[in-house]
Design a protein around this ligand. Structure first.
Ligand code: PMP
Length: 303
């Protein structure tokens, strides 16, 4: 890549705006030294008029609040403050195409390295815009490759923490096996992907692993529940055994950056006869309609 092509967005760091390549944090930031912080990733969809609109922002901000609450960091902004910041980061990085907003809040910079929370400390706030290319129609049609692995992470997976080493190793496992995602199992039960929730179709019903400390509740978790209802698909939130996963009629993953994406092979074996699943197709269509509805509402409010 030539120097001119390097994407160097304008980012927000603790009240200052500047190029990403020049943003700096002190080494005693607890995000750096302990992974003591949380994050969010909000998808932005390019509209025909060139605007880039966030999808399900309210739910992303609510999850950020929950993550911060669980690790006892005071939220540095209210929802209006976050919305203003996100709109500014979009404005500062005018461009074309879909994108994402990455938000990170850490406990802040300590005076010395010590595990327990310092008595008085100000959170570090970082916001940047990233490029986002959703899977193409051809990639969806083909479906993705997934592999499985034992889930060895801690039991606070419900916190969207920047302590992501377990997830990083799982993503690397996928990369080394030419797979898009690693699907994790704990005690013989399905948990989630390295950066996605996992859905199983069995006899026409859509199954999702229980919300709780073993998985991150994706913003798409509740959305897919709604979409299934809309499409007349029975949904069950329950334990899913390894045998059920391996004999699934369909498997799919969901995340901000993949929307909902079918899995074609699991550990080298074809899923559900290798055809594109009917439940997947119905959910994907319902997903597109949900976006259209939300953006139409947004346009009405802006009038
Ligand atoms: N689980 C994990 C571990 C993730 O990293 C993600 C992606 N943030 C998800 C699930 C899906 O969450 P969302 O639908 O909010 O992208």
């Amino acid at each position: 890549m030539s120097q001119a092509e390097v994407f160097d967005p304008t980012v927000y760091l603790n009240g200052e705006w500047g190029p990403l390549s020049e943003a700096r944090i002190p080494v005693l930031d607890r995000g750096f030294i302990f992974g003591d912080g949380v994050y969010e990733v909000v998808p932005l969809y390019a509209q025909p008029n060139g605007a880039r609109l966030p999808f399900r922002l309210k739910q992303h901000l609510a999850r950020l609040q929950r993550s911060l609450g669980k690790i006892r960091i005071d939220n540095p902004f209210d929802d209006a403050g976050w919305r203003a910041l996100i709109h500014r980061v979009i404005e500062e990085n005018a461009g074309e195409g879909d994108a994402l907003v990455y938000i990170q809040v850490t406990r802040g910079v300590a005076k010395r390295r010590g595990h327990a929370f310092p008595a008085s400390i100000t959170p570090t706030v970082f916001v940047m815009l990233g490029k986002l290319v959703f899977p193409s129609a051809a990639e969806r049609e083909r479906g993705a490759v997934a592999v499985t692995a034992e889930d060895k992470r801690w039991l606070h997976c419900d916190i969207k923490s920047v302590s992501l080493l377990g997830n990083v190793l799982m993503a690397q496992h996928a990369a080394e096996n030419d797979a898009l995602e690693t699907i994790q199992l704990r005690d013989g039960l399905l948990t989630e992907g390295s950066s996605s929730n996992v859905w199983v179709v069995k006899d026409g019903a859509l199954l999702g692993a229980p919300r709780g400390p073993r998985i991150l509740e994706g913003i798409r978790y509740g959305l897919i529940e709604e979409l299934a209802r809309e499409a007349g698909i029975r949904f069950e939130e329950r334990d899913i055994t390894e045998a059920e996963l391996r004999s699934a009629d369909e498997i799919m993953i969901s995340s901000a950056t993949k929307e909902v994406m079918p899995i074609r092979t699991l550990d080298g074996k074809s899923v559900g006869g290798g055809r594109l699943g009917r439940v997947y197709a119905a959910l994907y269509d319902a997903y597109q309609r949900a976006k259209a509805r939300e953006f139409a509402d947004e346009a009405k409010r802006a009038q």
